[in-house]
Structures are given as C-alpha cells and as structure tokens.
Design a protein around this ligand. Sequence first.
Ligand SMILES: O=C(O)c1cc(C(=O)O)oc(=O)c1
Length: 306
Amino acid sequence: MTTGFEKTPGWLDWYTGPSRPRFRLPEGAVDAHCHVFGPGREFPYAPERKYTPCDASKDQLFKLRDHLGFARNVVVQATCHGSDNSAMVDALRASGGLARGVATLRPDVTDAQVRELHEAGVRGVRFNFVKRLVDTAPRQDLRDVVEQIAPYGWHVVVYFEAADLPDLRDFFLSIPVPLVVDHMGRPDTAKDPEGPEFEAFLHFMRARPDIWCKVTCPERLSQSGPPALDGEQSAYRDVVPFARRVVEEFPDRVLWGTDWPHPNLTGHMPDDGLLVDFIPHIAPTPKLRHKLLVDNPTRLYWSHAD
Ligand SMILES: O=C(O)c1cc(C(=O)O)oc(=O)c1
C-alpha cells in the first residue's frame, strides 16, 4: 500500500474491513487523534523520517470515520512527514470543516505561515520527545515556536515516554499555552497504576488546569493483551485502570482517538471497530463518555473563532 517508497521492514499495514462497533458513539463524537500518511507519490515522506509507513490517505480516513460513527477528526502531523504539513493540511481542506489539525513547525516559521495553517483548521503544534521517532529539537527552538502560535490560541501537544517526564516536567510547565499529552504519557503498564510512576504523571496533570490527556493507544501500551481482534470485547485489560484513573479524575480534559493508521506497531494491528468498543471500559458512564468524545474535543478544537 506504499507508493514509490519502501516500507520499513516488519511494518504492519492498517486493518482493512474493521468491524462495526457494538458501542454506539454519541452524536458529534470526535476521533481526536489520527494521522494521514501520504500517499507517498503525492506527499513524499520526509528525508529525516525514522520510519517509512504504508500509505493511509485522507479518503481512507474519512471512510473509517463514517464506518465507525465519528462525526469529526483531529489529524495529527505524523513524524514521517517531518515539518511538511501538506498531507495533513490537504486532509483538513478536503474535510469540509469536519477535521482540525495539529502541525509540526520549525522555529523559523513565519506569522503568515501560521495564519495560513490556522485558516486551514490547525489548532495545535506537536512537540515530540520519543527518541525512536525524532531527533528532539532544542528547547529554545520549541520556545520560539510557542511564541509564534500563542496569539492564535493554539495548544502544544507533547509526546514522551513516562520515564522521561521528570526531566521534561519543568520545561512543560513553563510553556504558556494549554498542553495536551499524547497517549497518557506512555505509562509502563507492567507497573502498578497506583504506583509512583503513574502518580507522578497524575501529579503533573494536577499542576495546571489546562493540561489535557489523550487516553489513547491501549494497543501500544498493553503488555498482556488480549488484542482487539477476532471480536475480542475485553481487549487490553491491563491498560484499563490507567486510563480510567485519568478519565475519572480529569473528566473535562480527556480526549480519545483511534490513532489510525497506528504507526510502528509490530505485534498486531487492531480492528478499529473493537478499539471503539474499548471506550466504555475506560469511561464507564454515558456522562463521562459524552465529555470524552463530544464536549471536550469540541471545546478544544472547534470553539475558537475561524
Ligand atoms: O508511537 C508511535 O510510534 C507513534 C508515532 C507517531 C508519529 O510518527 O507521528 O505518532 C503517534 O501518535 C505514535
């Protein structure tokens, strides 16, 4: 499924023919974390990328959105596209207002470029600290980016591993715009959800009222499975207590997304319909689910003036 590029060896393509979820998403639900890859022939992958994916186009993303029952998407710039946001922006423009985006920016970005991205529907910038994905930019570069985006009311999405939070915490707290943490700060789910490492993450969340968390990617974080395949309704049980703690303590600042097309999974590729069926396990009441899937992402991504 990749055009003109050789996929990284062992790369798993996204799951075709996902099941229809048993859990019916509330009206207006937002898939608040997903990506587009290429297609490589139209939107070449970045020279500095750490992996080469299969293609995953905007049309395939929109088809999945409709199949699962989501109303809208937040398309997050994938690292394989570096700071060339064209594929993501193309998806936003084609969505008819049904998608917002999160970009990757270089420190020399101009105000005119930020304005153009804003007009296309971008509402955040992503800072990545996961070493297998990027060579992390110097902090001053990141501060320069924040200065450019702050006037537009954007937020900063941060992706990091739990073990790196102690080093990053002060820097994060110095960023003067809202923060959104990708994939729960990647907890080590072999550890106790009540133990010191996850407590440190919750403590970080408590430090400011404008720190949000994506309770996403059980398929990445699970160590004991079972995977969301073959109709499995109790997938990724070991992730549930972590996600549930976050949803219950911070019901007004959690987001959920599929993470389609699931970059860099090597063990298995989940059925996205079954991933949706995971949601009621981490957000046990209709009220919590409505906040997670509708109210929160709508407030963060669709309430600014266009
Ligand atoms: O864990 C990952 O491999 C991963 C990669 C990317 C990306 O390459 O942008 O995005 C994600 O949300 C997760």
